[in-house]
Design a binder for this molecule. Structure first.
Ligand SMILES: Cc1ncc(COP(=O)(O)O)c(C=O)c1O
Length: 424
């Protein structure tokens, strides 16, 4: 039995349009991106029509280890001989092992984990933890950030994704990312937590000032609020360190990880926190449960993901490749006048351009063999998130084809207006 190619590309698009989402098919046809993922292997994605792209989207980090990483696939196959999802009410050897491994890789005294299925769920639990522990209501978050599509996570996001679903959970207050003075003004005795992405991906990867997170820590300590970091995109080696926050020498109270923890194979997420923050669960241990959260088979996969991601050679590769990509991008910035700034930590990269260039570059990349998208909450930024396993050959491919995409964009500035009208 083969799964890929049971439908032709046109049949797949038609069925998706009818049975899944006409709106998404309309969007992709408007921007001329008709990609239907078929075969996938390592850093590569093939379209159903056979065309090959390098995956610099990686689904926000899901494919940090590449597609169908052989070590991950073989772990899953072996696990299927013995395990299933397990029973989330019961004590679990596999959740215990994975939590122990996470604790060994976490900064400071973060040592306990509650598992979920996706990032939004893990953020929701972090908010429960903060409110449950402190008995306070207010949650302060960054304007224009993104934490997921679920209840509390949605309330901590941009209104673009939440307006039609109001009323949202109350008690959420936005501040500009990276502005410690603004934060100081709103964090008070009723603040349960401050929640930030370490570097907000959807906001176009603005790098926080070096003293920002130390100040966040200080403000949280002063007011007794928890410091929660969403490392769904910046974690698991993406920035060249295991956790993005390690660049800033600060230990938060809670770290959230998801996406890449799955190995791209089995969904799982984790909210990791200092022991004791879950004191409110002593009264009712089952006050927070998730049937598929921390499925045992997924735990075994995630443990392997952590083992690979923590290898010194793995993290060294991320830093080395990041440095080389930066050099290349800086030369592009000199050459192409619409490229304004390179935002980068390891292989977490944003190319800041003039207004409107992000969508044009995404389209240009697509037609030049690269899958990469613009930042939704700042469309002047192209996100570049290659798999963390890229080597010299992949790097050369990315730089050569990105240059072609930039050349296309500089020759077709007329398309900027058309794209703006199509997608706003
Ligand atoms: C930083 C961040 N946090 C949380 C989420 C939500 O994760 P999920 O889609 O798995 O719920 C995302 C998803 O893109 C994200 O980028």
């Amino acid at each position: 039995m083969t799964f890929v190619g049971r439908k032709s590309k046109q049949e797949a698009i038609k069925a998706f349009e009818r049975f899944v989402s006409p709106a998404k098919v309309r969007f992709f046809s408007m921007v001329g991106i008709d990609f239907v993922p078929a075969k996938r292997e390592s850093v590569w994605y093939w379209d159903l029509d056979g065309r090959k792209l390098i995956d610099c989207h990686c689904n926000g980090g899901v494919y940090n280890l590449g597609h169908r990483n052989p070590e991950i696939v073989s772990t899953l196959k072996k696990a299927l001989e013995e395990l299933d999802i397990g029973n989330h009410h019961l004590i679990s050897e596999h959740r215990a092992s994975l939590a122990e491994k996470l604790a060994s890789l976490m900064p400071g005294e973060i040592e306990r984990t509650v598992f979920g299925v996706g990032g939004g769920e893990a953020v929701d639990f972090a908010i429960k933890l903060a409110r449950g522990h402190t008995g306070r209501k207010k949650i302060v978050y960054a304007k224009g950030g993104y934490h997921g599509h679920t209840g509390f996570a949605l309330a901590a996001g941009d209104e673009k994704y939440s307006k039609p679903f109001e009323p949202l959970a109350p008690g959420f207050v936005a501040v500009p990312f990276g502005d410690a003075d603004a934060l100081r003004k709103v964090v008070d005795e009723d603040t349960a937590a401050v929640l930030f992405e370490t570097i907000p991906a959807t906001l176009g990867m603005p790098m926080p000032p070096d003293d920002f997170f130390p100040q966040v820590r200080e403000i949280c300590d002063e007011k007794g609020a928890l410091m929660i970091l969403d490392e769904v995109q910046t974690g698991l080696g993406r920035t060249g360190k295991m956790w993005g926050i390690e660049h800033y020498d600060v230990v938060p109270d809670v770290i959230i990880t998801a996406k890449g923890l799955s190995g791209g194979i089995y969904p799982i997420s984790a909210t990791c926190f200092k022991a004791g923050l879950d004191d409110f669960m002593a009264v009712e241990p089952f006050i927070h449960v998730s049937t598929f959260g921390g499925a045992e088979i997924g735990c075994v996969v995630a443990e392997k993901v952590l083992e690979i991601s923590a290898r010194e050679s793995f993290l060294d590769n991320v830093s080395a490749m990041g440095k080389r990509i930066r050099e290349g991008l800086e030369s592009f910035a000199e050459e192409f006048d619409f490229v304004r700034e390179i935002r980068q930590k390891g292989l977490f990269i944003g190319v800041k351009m003039e207004e409107g260039y992000g969508p044009l570059l995404s389209i240009a990349c697509y037609h030049n063999g690269i899958l990469a998208v613009y930042a939704n909450n700042d469309p002047s930024v192209l996100q570049l998130l290659p798999p963390l396993i890229i080597d010299d050959g992949h790097l050369e491919y990315i730089m050569q084809n990105l240059r072609k995409a930039l050349e296309f964009a500089s020759e077709r500035k007329d398309l900027l207006e058309v794209i703006k009208q199509l997608i706003g």
